[in-house]
Design a protein around this ligand. Sequence first.
Ligand SMILES: Cc1ncc(COP(=O)(O)O)c(C=O)c1O
Length: 458
Amino acid sequence: MATFPLEPFRIKAIEPIKLTTREEREHLIANAGYNLFKLRAEDCYVDLLTDSGTSAMSDAQWGALMQGDESYAGAKSFFRFEGAVKRIFGMSYVVPTHQGRAAENVLFTVTVRPGMQIPSNMHFDTTHANIAARGGRPVNLIADLGLDPTSHAPFKGDIDLEKLEHFIGLVGPQNIPMGMLTITNNSGGGQPVSMANVRATSELLHRHDIPFFIDAARYAENAYFIKLREPAYENKSTLEIANEMFSYADGALMSAKKDALVNIGGFIALRDADLYQRVCNELILREGFPTYGGLAGRDLEAMARGLWEGLDESYLAYRLAHTQYLGDRLVEEGIPILEPPGGHAIYLDARRFLPHIPQADFPAQALSVALYIEGGIRSVEIGSVMFAEKDPETGQMVYPALELVRLAIPRRVYTQTHLDYVVATCKRVYEQRANLRGLRIVYEPPMLRHFTARFEPL
Ligand SMILES: Cc1ncc(COP(=O)(O)O)c(C=O)c1O
């Protein structure tokens, strides 16, 4: 039986949503070129496109907006925000950015030169693209278990340390400006990374004098998974766990739009004074002065509160149980998902859902379109549209190991009834799965094609 996700909050303000008819949705998705990013949000009933920037803020956060100090330099709001980051991340230098990819752009601009390579368990797509945009090569070294959608291993986000050691030997530490871990691993199913793996990654990289950075978008969910699953940590607070995780790193990047429960914001946290100086110079060019970094003072206030609310254990217990509830209910209906449920999302396994559609015909995209037409649910493809690439040497298409549809759950937004509706919709699509067909691309941009590509049904 699915667990019972008890909400540690009640609803104070509501936002109306409406369910369109099936005929309307067929017309809307055709007009959008069968790309769910191109739909209007008001035409989606349950919008599970992303958990990024879609959180419901608390009364404390909304109240704090009025305390935003909008001074250009040295605003009070910056110091409140900086205090929260320093306490949780334990790093001396904190630089706000307007969101996660802006932090990536600034950091990689000052650290990556053409030909360099950055290993990670799995880079998120914007991280991948920002490294590539600087002429670098992002490399994913996730442990094989993390690519098996049926394995119930507790830490499927772990990097493969043997692969990492081999990679360092092959490429040479001088060509590796940093190694990274994405916690939790968004592109691999929102799966957590164990403390043991964070520690061992840090030791291995440092043995070769390679700096270690954490992509911390969902660090709080990762910390709570460690508390639940890694025996030595069951009696530690999530703050203590976060402190220990970051103690192994030289720096962190964070899209605060996830675990800091805000609608916009991000930052870079660093230990090294020289790197901080170079980051600040680049930041001034791209984002703004280092005490606001592309954000309003009120945004910094919301982040300062949200960082603490996102680490609260009653909230995290609810958050992971809420996501697990959706996963468990889908499994009860026999629907194939990536197991076990991740922190922020459930991933439908499109390869097992639609085995008759080859990857070249984008089965995960076809499934996400079907969920929209059936029930007005907006999801996102994380498969061949997002990650298939032409091998520069052979000219052959290389398809990703996982072909997923992500149902990302906005934080504190949808109720259990909404999740039950999602299950009922998935079930109806599953019953009709033999009738579904693939898609072909009729337009694609040179980079990050999933945002703007257009498709036609086959
Ligand atoms: C792991 C990870 N890193 C980086 C980013 C980029 O953050 P943003 O969307 O704030 O630019 C995301 C966004 O989804 C993410 O999931």
